[in-house]
Design a protein around this ligand. Structure first.
Ligand SMILES: [Mg+2]
Length: 371
């Protein structure tokens, strides 16, 4: 009767961490007591379809997420210098190791995948004002001239397009559930490869997402600063402007709404809770889908570079790790558990890294080929 234990193991480890965290700080959601948590674990193994148990499990996870969000706020991240030093050793800066990276990419087709918020644009209080710099846009234009390039985001595809405004890119919105190819040729050489890919694996969920959006708007309006964003195939509840004291209450409100919708699930991002269909689709699957549509399904001559700052980007880092292809780069100033191999500190370092990629690819005008 048990489901594949290997698949569950990772989830169980996360749950153990979540349960441990909720025991150490049980003020956030007091319902997560020790015996109950153990019952949740047993239930998760033996009765994977028991809705209540799974929901309580999500409660423990949400509380652990709030703890980790508190822990990574800048005022508390100072005493971690030693931990950070060893982390940097295993996840070196992609700028310092640039030569090594391009050396392993040599002779292969580089494909660039980029998250948007916190990667190309800084995290700002109002998600509607997460603009990227002019410099970043110019660099992105250069990147798209040399490499197939995709923006992979939790946001609505149209919204992120309005921020980026480059028709030569691929856009995978709603965590990859809404994929569209370039509407403009990337370069004269690539002109004929422009199939306008369009893929929406969760379209039947649209009415339900819309319904939950309206309910969440209503239920969260009593929490000052709470912001619900409709990303078409998924929803985001932003905590960026909510007082830390109200985080647990807001998370609980969201969880209660979700109780009535077993076909939707909650995932956690940077100061955001995301609601999305339970279909097995994520940024990692979007990456695989895009590589396939570019014709690199079984190719060894491809070198995907994925840059992102969020927990949802980990699905893409995992895919690259298991394919043994390309590299994942995590954008973070603090040590974090990640499947990425390299790091960059912030969007301005992302811009520098991308600019160096463009310079690497651009035919050199300084060194003449014949003297
Ligand atoms: Mg992000």
């Amino acid at each position: 009767m048990m489901t594949n234990q290997n698949v569950v193991t990772h989830e169980v480890i996360n749950t153990l961490i979540a349960v441990a965290a909720s025991i150490s700080n049980s003020t956030a959601l007091p319902s997560a007591t020790v015996p109950e948590s153990m019952a949740v674990l047993g239930g998760f193994w033996g009765l994977p379809h028991n809705k209540n148990l799974v929901k309580r499990l999500e409660g423990a996870k949400v509380s652990a997420w709030i703890d980790s969000m508190r822990a990574s706020s800048p005022t508390r991240a100072k005493s971690e210098s030693q931990e950070k030093r060893s982390w940097i050793l295993y996840h070196p800066s992609a700028l310092n190791t640039f030569e090594q990276i391009v050396c392993s990419a040599k002779g292969k087709q580089v494909v660039v995948f980029l998250d948007y918020d916190g990667t190309l644009s800084p995290i700002v209080a109002d998600p509607d004002k997460a603009f990227m710099t002019r410099k970043m846009r110019a660099t992105l234009k250069g990147i798209a001239r040399h490499f197939p390039t995709a923006i992979v985001t939790g946001r609505c595809r149209d919204k992120v397009y309005n921020f980026v405004k480059l028709a030569e890119l691929y856009y995978a919105g709603s965590h990859g559930m809404d994929i569209k190819g370039p509407t403009k040729s990337q370069s004269p050489k690539q002109g004929n490869n422009n199939k306008a890919v369009l893929f929406q694996p969760a379209s039947q969920f649209l009415p339900m997402i819309d319904e939950v959006y309206k309910i969440l708007l209503e239920k969260t309006k009593t929490v000052p600063g709470a912001n619900v964003e409709n990303n078409k195939f998924c929803l985001s509840v932003h905590f960026r402007c909510v007082d830390e004291k109200s985080w647990a209450a807001l998370a609980e409100k969201v969880r209660l709404v979700l109780n009535d919708y077993p076909q939707l699930r909650l995932t956690q991002g940077r100061k955001v809770l995301e609601i999305r269909p339970t279909i097995k689709w994520d940024k990692g699957k979007a990456l695989e889908f895009l590589l396939e549509s570019l014709g690199y399904e079984n190719s060894n001559d491809v070198f995907p570079i994925y840059i992102g700052d969020d927990r949802t980007d980990e699905d893409a880092f995992k895919v690259l790790r298991s394919r043994g292809q390309g590299i994942g780069i995590l954008v973070s100033r603090v040590a974090k558990e990640t499947d990425a191999s390299y790091t960059l500190q912030d969007p301005s370092e992302v811009e520098q890294f991308l600019r160096r990629l463009v310079e690497w690819k651009r035919p050199s005008t300084v060194t003449p080929t014949s003297v």
